[in-house]
Design a protein around this ligand. Structure first.
Ligand SMILES: NC(=O)C1=CN([C@@H]2O[C@H](COP(=O)(O)OP(=O)(O)OC[C@H]3O[C@@H](n4cnc5c(N)ncnc54)[C@H](OP(=O)(O)O)[C@@H]3O)[C@@H](O)[C@H]2O)C=CC1
Ligand SMILES: O=C(O)CCC(=O)C(=O)O
Length: 446
């Protein structure tokens, strides 16, 4: 099997040699899914995983826009339409200077498995731009979003491809994107999710990724007859996912000790309570400043410039910032400090070395494609509400989200149990694969 995996990866590398993040995501899936395929007659000779690693379509386009000084800038826009076997392409848009083909293909590939795990009819896609929203005025953001959508609108639609937010794309950007789509196409449809409540959005969508991550971690803790109550929790990031993961940890009786951004992390030994979290939301969502400003209001907290929070003693770690933010040394530090569970809110935040360390020490470890699936699942619920032209209550959406997260947890357990340990990576990859693979088999070679 080792050799089969190596041969498969050689083929993928030959085509994608300059895409390290994409190769990293594929390697992890190959290591768990190829041994499973080998024991399943129906997949024999069908090259399904090889077909799944090739995007159905990868679109790149120019986005020109004018800044407040009248200067013209050019960015690159992307949409990767990875797999539509089980539904329209679905996945976020990321605006960050690091965005490139490798990062978007890894995200789109992960999205295929994640969306399948939700059990909702959504294929996988991802897109974005190397545009950097930091320091831009509202007017500049609007002009960029409008020009981005002026091209993207040709390639998406409520039954074709339904983008949403990701890093650098939140409620404000979705508004500008939706406005331009509606103007050009002259149709009011659920073409984007994460919309405002008065124009087709769903309650709980902003909270869903963070809440879902904590619901998943809660299910893992329950397998050890444990809970969040009284747990010390370390969280990275301070954006959408981190904020609502922190909120749900507080609801469940845990203590949140850290939050971070790309400039460093804050450590509040007294705990980031609801009032302090509201201040973080103000700093990040309205004032749009660095997390270091937290200590101006709460001087008992510390700011550690240029560092990550993984050396802080904790029971549970929730990486909620970005890919590869938690490496092998960080994992060792968490384990040495007694961390018992890690649930990824971000996409692929743990490096392969970190994941191996978690597995070797047999702690609870949830990969993002399972634990952060609550965001896209609730996007799926937003699509359903748009199609039915109704709005569910907060409680209704939250109950559905809880049910979906519990179901994802349980399916990971059933495919990932190895003796008395649950390998959630294996469980998520195989369970996500099976539904897509079966649909691809049924649809023939297309
Ligand atoms: N939003 C959603 O519904 C979903 C998001 N995710 C994933 O969750 C993660 C966070 O997304 P989201 O919260 O939406 O994004 P936001 O843009 O709201 O927040 C991103 C956070 O991560 C930090 N960050 C970004 N890049 C880096 C970096 N290179 N080093 C350190 N910190 C960094 C940002 O800090 P700074 O401001 O300094 O850049 C910010 O605090 C991503 O991996 C995303 O793909 C997964 C599922 C759904
Ligand atoms: O809600 C969505 O469609 C996308 C969410 C997303 O980008 C993700 O799950 O990584």
């Amino acid at each position: 099997m080792e050799q089969k995996i190596q041969e498969f990866m050689e083929l993928v590398k030959a085509r994608n040699s300059h895409e390290p993040e994409f190769l990293q995501a594929v390697q992890e899936v190959a290591e768990t899914v190829l041994p499973y395929i080998a024991g399943q007659e129906i997949y024999s000779g069908k090259n399904i995983l090889l077909r799944m690693v090739e995007p159905e379509r990868a679109i790149t386009f120019r986005v020109s826009w004018v800044d407040d000084q009248g200067e013209i800038h050019v960015n690159r826009g992307y949409r990767i339409q990875m797999n539509s076997a089980i539904g329209p392409y679905k996945g976020g848009l990321r605006f960050h200077p690091s965005v490139n083909m490798s990062i978007l293909k890894f995200l789109a590939f992960e999205q295929v498995f994640k969306n399948s795990l939700t059990t909702l009819p959504m294929g996988g896609g991802k897109g974005g731009s190397d545009f950097d929203p930091k320091g831009k005025s509202d007017a500049e953001i609007m002009r960029f979003c409008h020009n981005f959508m002026a091209e993207l609108c040709r390639h998406i639609g409520p039954n074709t491809d339904v983008p949403a937010g990701d890093i650098g794309v939140g409620a404000r950007e979705i508004g500008y994107l939706f406005g331009m789509y509606k103007k050009i196409r002259n149709e009011f449809t659920g073409v984007l999710t994460g919309k405002g409540l008065s124009w087709g959005g769903s309650l709980i969508r902003p909270e869903a990724t963070g809440y879902g991550t904590v619901y998943f971690a809660q299910s893992m803790l329950e397998t050890k007859r444990d809970s969040f109550n009284g747990k010390k929790v370390v969280i990275s990031g301070s954006g959408n996912v981190a904020q609502y993961a922190a909120e749900k940890v507080l609801h469940l009786g845990g203590t949140v000790l850290t939050l971070s951004d790309s400039s460093g992390y804050i450590h509040d030994k007294e705990g980031i309570d609801e009032e302090k979290l509201a201040h973080v939301m103000y700093l990040k969502n309205e004032k749009r400043v660095r997390i270091s400003e937290y200590i101006e209001k709460y001087p008992n907290a510390e700011f550690h410039a240029g560092e990550k929070p993984w050396n802080v003693v904790c029971d549970v770690a929730l990486p909620c910032a970005t890919q590869n933010e938690l490496d092998g040394d960080d994992a060792k530090a968490l384990l040495a400090n007694g961390c018992m569970a890690v649930a990824e809110g971000a996409n692929m935040p743990s490096t392969p070395e970190a994941v191996s360390a978690f597995h070797e020490s047999k702690i609870l470890f949830a990969p993002g494609k399972a634990s952060n699936a609550g965001g896209v699942a609730t996007s799926g619920l937003e699509m359903s509400q748009n199609s039915l032209r109704i709005s569910w209550t907060r409680e209704e959406v939250d109950e559905r989200l809880k049910g979906i997260m519990k179901n994802i947890h349980d399916v990971c357990v059933s495919y990932g149990t190895e003796g008395n340990y649950v390998n959630y990576v294996k469980g998520a990859n195989i369970a996500g694969f099976v539904k897509v693979a079966d649909a691809m088999l049924a649809q023939g070679v297309v």
